[in-house]
Design a binder for this molecule. Structure first.
Ligand code: TRP
Length: 329
């Protein structure tokens, strides 16, 4: 019997995947693959809480699968599948909905952020987003959920509804733990280092996308916000330089003291060149693999199908149990 802990995480197929997504989430997933029984889900049903162009959504969903595999998600070690292929997700979300109080859902800060950003489309699905996320996780009897700190509140809600259901109707769900990814991997916007690098930000130089060409990367890094203080040291109060140094730290795997030594008495120009170079070197193999995979759509479909086949029985068994316990025929 496989006794590895089960890990589940989700990523939305919206916007363009960027360096912040890679360092903050995907790279961690890749690095953890050997240790756990991994389920990674492309959460396209969550994506429609914001208005999407239907054709583009399909394209982006498949493209994200391709990028994730190019980043190193290994189909031999991990199950990758598309959320909308399993109807138990929205079906369980409904059962959970009936066990979450309005007051608890109303406290979710991401809903407030997202509705402020999309005042013209504050839909019920956006409000209800955390229930679908809870269903994603609870269907698979998951031990750990690797997420950024912005998702902690949603995991807390997931745990609470699972405990309440188990208490009220009988044992059904495993209670998952969040695996909060390190802050060091929290990449901020290049044009605004006070906000997290985001897929939806509109600034041209806000984010480095995983498929950016080398000259684009060089130009974006050159334009990245720094300050008039010229020494290159890790100082959280100097958000721009600090962000760039943190990216360099993660990619070079050098420690902070040796990085500060390396750039002592050198200007931003030298540092930014070195940073652009290391980003280009990191992304090059991913881009090459992506182009290869993009020519082999059948292979991607096969991986997604295998992922689906392997996780579906777990979802089915949990859903049927929940249904039975709550008295649905
Ligand atoms: N809400 C998550 C995010 O925006 C994505 C997500 C959906 C997720 N379902 C999940 C993450 C289940 C972890 C587990 O990042």
């Amino acid at each position: 019997m496989d006794s590895k802990k089960v890990v589940f995480s989700g990523i939305q197929p919206t916007g363009n995947i960027h360096l912040g997504n890679y360092l903050g989430a995907v790279k961690n997933w890749v690095d953890m693959q050997d240790m756990y029984d991994n389920i990674f889900c492309i959460v396209n049903s969550h994506a429609i809480t914001i208005k999407q162009n239907p054709k583009e959504l399909i394209q982006k969903t498949l493209d994200l699968a391709c990028i994730l595999i190019a980043c190193g998600i290994d189909p031999k070690k991990s199950n990758l599948f598309i959320q909308s292929k399993i109807d138990y997700h929205p079906a369980l979300a409904w059962i959970l909905d009936c066990n979450i109080f309005m007051g608890d859902m109303t406290r979710m800060t991401q809903f407030k952020d997202k509705s402020n950003k999309n005042p013209k489309n504050i839909n019920v699905g956006l409000f209800n987003y955390p229930a679908l996320m809870a269903a994603d996780i609870l269907l698979y009897q998951v031990d750990l959920v690797p997420v950024g700190s912005d998702q902690k509140q949603h995991i807390e809600l997931t745990r609470n509804v699972a405990m309440k259901f188990n208490r009220d109707f009988g044992e059904c769900f495993k209670i998952p733990e969040p695996l909060i990814l390190k802050e060091g991997a929290r990449v901020m916007g290049l044009d605004d280092p006070t906000t997290k690098m985001s897929k939806s930000a509109t600034g041209k130089n806000h984010a480095i996308f995983l498929l950016d060409e080398p000259d684009v990367i060089i130009s974006k890094i050159k334009k990245a916000t720094t300050d008039s203080n010229s020494n290159i040291v890790f100082d959280e109060n100097r958000a721009g330089v600090y962000n760039l140094l943190c990216i360099y730290e993660v990619l070079s795997k050098k420690n902070r003291a040796s990085i500060e030594d390396e750039f002592a008495n050198k200007g931003y120009g030298v540092f930014k060149n070195a940073l652009a170079e290391i980003i280009i070197d990191t992304l090059r193999p991913i881009q090459t693999k992506y182009r290869e995979l993009n020519n082999d759509k059948k292979y991607i479909q096969e991986i997604l199908q295998n992922g689906l086949d392997s996780v579906l029985p777990r979802a089915e068994s949990t859903y049927n149990k929940a249904k039975e316990l709550i008295g649905l025929l």
